[in-house]
Design a protein around this ligand. Structure first.
Ligand code: ADP
Ligand code: MG
Length: 470
């Protein structure tokens, strides 16, 4: 394979990851037009059509491109963004000063950029193991926002990272997609590497584990494979549900796992379900996985989502009205990845059109996402589902009874009516036995507050919301 075509393939993969991270719109505006130049002395050149884009990519995406690319190819240490027509030939180098009239420059101008993006963002990853997948420099404990839904998982991860002994083995983290499992695992790896660089930490997905195992089988190299895994100090396997039903990989994983635990090495596992709910896993493996500490990450609450948005907005230095953040925290409830994606889209759009971010512009930019979550749900449907869920009579949604057992579900239904329909507070009040709009307002606040303090309750509400939106 030629060097160029393998660079192109790497770029295709990097772009694919970026697309997942930033969302379709930002991807199409910014990343799709980029092309790959050459790789020279560890520096990869990326060609952009305009200066404006060059500056934008440099400040917003270059670090990320570098991190992802060096994950694909450790030979890539820095990224240089160059304005040039997308050709395969080496772009001609212009004297920047000789091109003043091109400054309005929506025209292709070849130009050399002086400062490449530094290779190491977070202390570098030079001694990364070949077995280990690259770590994302943004996934640190500092960047992780803690709230009720994830506090146990966070505390457990911190403990594992900071202890000299092995506090629990394995640490099993589980939760739905996009809730921070991978983030916490990378954070543990960063923290351990920083604290004691001599410890061998390996992080990889279960998929990659399987791939390496199969390759070892094919090349009759299983001894080396076993050696490599069994000599680590900390082994992290992400998304272990992937090996469900894959018997020989499970078998190998089970032996690796046992060997490490027996030698008192730390093992950290993540999955989308608890050990006992992992289908297609051998019983002995399931039970072994649950021996240490099992920590689950619950769906996000409104409060946590808002916290994450604020932190993220601060980090990228974007000025976003609090109203917009609140709006996003209310509307984008699926997971943190989508939440971040929507924020990125809004910021990218505002910069592109050169206008401040407002609630209206945010709604506009996200209309496709919001439409999906605005499926028409009626108040009657909400009342019915909520009554069923809490096992109360539908009539009690409008009755005058004030017992907690019916009042709380009623409040939940009002809250969901406010969130999932376009109805005004007085309209909602009328549907609940002619109650006043202040009663509805109180219900909305109460439910918000409870979601922040009671994870089980938050989960109930989230579940109902999902069923109704479904
Ligand atoms: P999972 O592995 O559980 O599917 P990830 O760890 O990949 O999820 O998280 C998805 C995205 O959301 C990542 O960009 C991550 O940094 C971010 N994220 C998730 N939880 C938090 C949190 N509590 N604070 C900050 N960022 C978070
Ligand atoms: Mg993950």
């Amino acid at each position: 394979m030629s060097v160029q075509s393998s660079l192109d393939q790497q770029w295709a993969r990097v772009r694919g990851r970026l697309k997942d991270e930033v969302g379709e719109t930002a991807y199409r505006s910014w990343l799709k037009p980029l092309t790959v130049g050459t790789l020279d002395g560890g520096q990869i050149r990326i060609l952009v059509p305009t200066r404006f884009m060059r500056d934008w990519i440099r400040t917003h995406y270059a670090d990320r491109i570098r991190a992802l690319w060096s994950g694909e190819n450790p030979g890539v240490q820095s990224v240089e963004i160059v304005v040039a027509a997308p050709t395969r030939t080496e772009p001609a180098v212009n004297d920047a000063a000789a091109a003043p009239l091109a400054d309005s420059a929506e025209e292709p101008v070849a130009e050399l950029v002086i400062e490449p993006v530094p290779a190491s963002v977070a202390g570098g990853d030079e001694r990364a193991d070949e077995m280990s997948a690259p770590l994302d420099p943004r996934f640190t404990f500092e960047n992780f926002v803690v709230g009720k839904p994830n506090e146990l998982a966070f505390a457990a991860a911190r403990r594992v990272a900071e202890s000299n002994a092995v506090p629990f083995n394995p640490l099993f983290l589980y939760g739905g997609v996009g809730l921070g499992k991978t983030h916490l695992m990378h954070a543990i790896a960063w923290a351990i590497r920083k604290k004691d660089p001599s410890r061998r930490v390996i992080y990889l997905s279960a998929e990659k584990f399987m791939y390496q195992f199969i390759r070892a089988l094919r090349f009759k190299d299983t001894m080396a494979f076993k050696e490599q895994f069994r000599s680590v100090d900390v082994l992290m396997i992400d998304d272990v549900q992937f090996i469900s039903g894959k018997d020989s990989t499970q078998e190998e994983f089970f032996h690796t796992f046992n060997a490490l635990v027996d030698q008192n090495r730390q093992v950290i596992i993540s999955a989308d379900k608890s050990p006992s709910d992992l289908e297609g896993m051998e019983e002995r493996l399931r039970s072994r996985l649950g021996w240490g500490l099992v920590a689950d990450i619950h769906p996000t609450t409104y409060e946590l989502r808002l916290g994450i948005l604020q932190q993220k907005a601060d980090r990228i230095g974007a000025k976003i009205p609090i109203k917009v953040l609140e709006f996003l925290a209310h509307k984008i409830t699926s997971n943190v990845r989508e939440l971040e994606g929507s924020l990125n889209r809004i910021v990218a759009h505002a910069e592109l059109v050169g206008r401040a971010i407002t609630l209206e512009s945010a709604q506009d930019v996200l209309h496709d996402l919001l439409r999906a979550s605005n499926r028409r749900v009626t108040i009657e449907e909400i009342q019915k589902k909520v009554a069923e869920h809490f096992n109360i009579r539908l009539a009690d949604m409008s009755s005058a009874r004030r017992a907690r057992a019916v009042a709380r579900p009623r409040q939940v239904a009002m809250y969901l009516a406010k969130q999932l329909t376009q109805r005004s507070l007085p309209e909602i009040g009328r549907k609940f036995g002619d109650r006043d709009h202040t009663t509805v307002m109180h219900a909305v606040r109460k439910v918000d507050e409870l979601c922040g303090t009671d994870p089980a309750f938050a989960e109930d509400v989230e579940l109902l919301r999902r069923m109704l939106e479904g």
